[in-house]
Write a protein that binds this ligand. Structure first.
Ligand code: PLP
Length: 388
C-alpha cells in the first residue's frame, strides 16, 4: 500500500518525507559521500552543507547555530539531555517529569529510579493539563532537571513550557522540554522561551527517520552522552549522518514556511473532522483541553467500542490512525496518558488519535468524517460492552 491508496492521519507517529527533502538529500547518497571531517575539499565541502542545515534548524527554533547538536532521533536527544545533565552535576539526584511523557523520557526516568535517582512524576487533570503548582512544590535542593514535554503526542495538549521553565530557573534547576510533537506545528521562539535543552525529531516533521536535534542553550552544563570523536564540537561523537542532516535542514526551512498553513488550514481541517465525528456518532468525546492543543491532533473516545476494532475497520478503508491503548504489549490496557487523565476505562479503551499534516486535504477529511460514524454504529451493534 502506498500513499496513493491511503488516507494518512497518523502524522504524530511519523510523517512522509517531503519531496523537497528527499531531493536535497539525494546527492549525499551518491556524488557527495565525503566525510565532513576530512582535510580534502571533497569531504570538507560537505561541512558547509551541514552548517547550512544547522542554521536552518536554528532559525526555525529562534536559536543560534552553535546551540544545535545533531543526534540520531528524538529518543537519543531526550536521553542525552537527561543523562547529560545528571552527569554534569553528580550530587543532584532528583528529577521531575510528568505522568504523560513519551517513553523516551518516562521509561528512562523509571530506569534511573532504579539507579539511585529519585523521580517525581507530576500529574495532569481530566483535561490533560499539567498541575503546575504540584511541580513547583516538588522542587528540592537536589533537583537536577525538570523535563516537561511541549505538547503531548496522544492528545496534542500543549503544556505551559515558558511558565515551567521560569519556575525551574527561579530554583536554579535545568529545564528540558521534549518538543518532538511541537516543532513545526506551533511557533517556537527560544529567544523568548527560556528552555535550556530541547529535543526534536526529524521524522515527525517530514524529514527521514534516524535524525534528531538536541538544542543546548549556550552556557548549559551538559556531559556528552555519545562519547567518541570530536564531531558536533565534542558534544556528540559519531560521523555525521550527512544526508539526513541536510534533509532535516530542508524540512526545517519548509516548516518555517508552512507554519501559517499548519496553524490555520490544518487546524480547520482537524476541527471539521472532529465536529463531524462528534455530530455523527453518539457517546463520544474529545480527550484533552480543546483550546490549548496542537492544531493537527484530535483524540476521540468512543464509548462501548474497542479502539483496535475501529482501527481495523479504518484500515480496511485505507485510513491510517492510531489508538490510545497499548495493543503492542498485547495487554489492551489503556495508555498511561489516558490513565493519568482519569479517562474512564471503557472510553479510554475506545480512544482514537487522528493526527493531520499540511499534506491532508478536504477530500481526506470528508471521506473519514463520512465513514467513522458508520463504523461506530456497526461495531456497537456487536459490542461486548452492552450498548447497542
Ligand atoms: N518524544 C515524543 C513526544 C514522541 O512523540 C516521540 C515519537 O513518537 C519521541 C519522543 C521519540 O522520537 P524518535 O522516534 O525520533 O526517537
Amino acid at each position: 500500500m502506498d500513499r496513493g491508496t491511503i488516507i494518512y492521519l497518523d502524522n504524530n507517529a511519523t510523517t512522509m518525507v517531503a519531496p523537497e527533502v528527499l531531493g536535497a538529500m539525494q546527492p549525499f547518497f551518491s556524488k557527495r559521500y565525503g566525510n565532513p571531517s576530512s582535510m580534502h575539499r571533497f569531504g570538507g565541502s560537505v561541512r558547509h552543507d551541514i552548517d547550512e542545515a544547522r542554521a536552518k534548524v536554528a532559525h526555525l527554533l529562534g536559536a543560534t547555530p552553535e546551540e544545535i547538536v545533531f543526534t540520531s532521533c528524538g529518543t537519543e536527544s531526550d536521553n542525552a539531555a537527561v543523562v547529560g545533565t545528571l552527569r554534569a552535576d553528580p550530587d543532584k539526584r532528583h528529577l521531575i517529569t510528568t505522568k504523560v511523557e513519551h517513553p523516551a523520557i518516562r521509561s528512562l526516568c523509571q530506569f534511573l529510579a532504579k539507579e539511585r535517582y529519585e523521580v517525581t512524576e507530576v500529574p495532569v487533570n481530566r483535561q490533560g493539563e499539567l498541575d503546575v503548582d504540584f511541580l513547583a512544590d516538588s522542587i528540592r535542593p537536589d533537583t537536577a532537571i525538570v523535563s516537561v514535554m511541549w505538547a503531548n503526542n496522544e492528545t496534542g495538549v500543549i503544556f505551559p513550557v515558558e511558565e515551567v521553565a521560569e519556575i525551574a530557573h527561579a530554583n536554579g534547576v535545568v529545564f528540558h522540554t521534549d518538543a518532538v510533537q511541537a516543532v513545526g506545528k506551533i511557533p517556537i521562539n527560544l529567544a523568548e522561551t527560556p528552555v535550556d535543552l530541547l529535543s526534536l525529531s526529524g521524522h515527525k516533521m517530514h524529514a527521514p527517520k534516524g535524525i534528531g536535534v538536541l538544542y543546548v542553550r549556550r552556557g548549559t552544563k551538559l556531559t556528552p552522552f555519545m562519547i567518541g570523536g570530536h564531531q558536533e564540537h565534542n558534544r556528540r561523537g559519531g560521523t555525521e549522518n550527512t544526508a539526513s542532516i541536510v534533509g532535516l535542514g530542508k524540512a526545517a526551512e519548509l516548516a518555517a514556511e508552512r507554519i501559517v498553513d499548519e496553524t490555520t488550514r490544518v487546524r480547520k481541517l482537524r476541527d471539521a473532522l472532529e465536529a463531524r465525528i462528534l455530530a455523527g456518532a453518539p457517546d463520544c468525546f474529545v480527550n484533552g483541553r480543546r483550546d490549548t492543543r496542537l492544531p493537527n491532533t484530535t483524540n476521540i473516545s468512543f464509548e462501548y467500542v474497542e479502539g483496535e476494532a475501529i482501527l481495523l475497520k479504518l484500515d480496511q478503508l485505507g485510513i491510517c490512525a492510531s489508538s490510545g491503548s497499548a495493543c503492542t504489549s498485547g495487554s489492551l490496557e489503556p495508555s498511561h496518558v489516558m490513565r493519568a487523565m482519569g479517562v474512564p476505562f471503557t472510553a479510554a479503551h475506545g480512544s482514537i488519535r487522528f493526527s493531520l499534516t499540511v499534506y491532508n486535504t478536504e477530500e481526506d477529511i470528508d471521506f473519514v468524517a463520512e465513514h467513522v460514524p458508520e463504523i461506530i454504529t456497526e461495531l456497537r451493534a456487536i459490542s461486548p460492552y452492552g450498548r447497542k
